[in-house]
Design a protein around this ligand. Structure first.
Ligand code: ZN
Length: 310
């Protein structure tokens, strides 16, 4: 089924890295900056991260695993103790923008570079560390992102969805390991309904949601792939949902043949295996494109958009 699975360490059948994106209130401030400060109910919903993260850390301690948290640097600035508690327990903290600003909405390369630099500087100031990994808020990734990440010294990105196993992004400035994800195991699709985000779904029962997510893990396990769920503490850290998540992690650990680790560890392992000539990962050359493919259509749309306000 998977044409090019890597040889995972110690004969493991697949690799699992659970990722929580700890967006907190930054999610609304970065996405809807003009209204966020007046939407207290949604801010409190996002701020539930303060309750959920300690719960998640407690479960990880109990289960004896180290995992990855993607955190906007603004959240590190505003809740330094929360990030400290992740690092104190030996987890990986990677970057997820400065204030969850949408990468694909930056008007220029310079603007994207500015916000990336701001997130890196802030993280270093607060934690004394430099992130090895990046995940673009709302899956934002432009024609400039790979080169900017490589220039800034990142080892991996985990925003894109182009394969079942790690692959490489090759750009003008060098290369980057891509740890791919998929919306099939993003918890927004299962649970999020919110008027301020204008995001509506039919909220699923935790059992139904985990049926969808677990199927992805089972296929990764069967075919030698990778399972990197994209979860959010304020969404999946609620009691009923997190109880099902704990059950899934217990089952994964009980299988005894799964490499459960951080995204950083997987990225470094793939890089080392590749450098040693023991694995030939797929390479995606980036950027894919720098101008619209349907150029004529884009021009017509531009004219239409421009005339709407007149
Ligand atoms: Zn996010």
């Amino acid at each position: 089924m998977i044409s090019n699975p890597p040889r995972w360490p110690n004969g493991a059948r697949c690799a699992v890295a659970i990722t929580f994106d700890v967006d907190s209130e930054a999610c609304l401030h970065g996405w809807k900056p003009e209204i966020a400060h007046r939407r207290v109910s949604t801010l409190s919903w996002l701020g539930y991260d303060q309750v959920a993260v300690p719960r998640i850390l407690g479960a990880y301690r109990h289960l004896g695993i180290k995992q990855t948290f993607f955190v906007p640097a603004w959240c590190m600035e505003h809740r330094p103790r929360l990030v400290e508690s992740m690092l104190d327990d030996g987890h990986e903290v990677a970057l997820h923008g400065y204030i969850h600003e949408l990468t694909h909405e930056h008007p220029t390369r310079a603007a994207e570079e500015y916000w990336l630099g701001k997130s890196l500087d802030t993280m270093e100031r607060i934690t004394g560390r430099r992130a090895a990994g990046w995940r673009g808020p709302l899956y934002g990734f432009t024609e400039h992102t790979a080169d900017l990440l490589i220039e800034a010294g990142f080892e991996y990105d985990s925003t894109l969805m182009g394969d079942d196993v790690p692959y490489f992004l090759h750009g003008a400035k060098g290369d980057l390991v891509e740890i791919p994800i998929d919306t099939a195991y993003d918890d927004w699709a299962q649970y999020v309904e919110n008027f301020d985000f204008e995001f509506f779904t039919t909220i699923q029962s935790p059992d139904r949601a985990m049926e969808v997510i677990r199927a992805e893990y089972e296929a990764a396990h069967k075919y030698g792939g990778l399972f990197v769920p994209v979860w959010h503490p304020w969404v999946s850290g609620r009691p009923a949902r997190f109880e099902r998540i704990t059950r899934l992690i217990e089952d994964i650990l009980e299988a005894g043949d799964v490499w459960v680790t951080t995204v950083e560890d997987i990225s470094r392992y793939i890089r080392a295996l590749t450098d040693a000539g023991e694995y030939q990962p797929r390479v995606d050359h980036v950027p894919y494109l720098t101008t619209p493919v349907a150029e004529g259509l884009a021009a017509v749309r531009g004219q239409t958009d421009g005339s709407e306000g007149s």
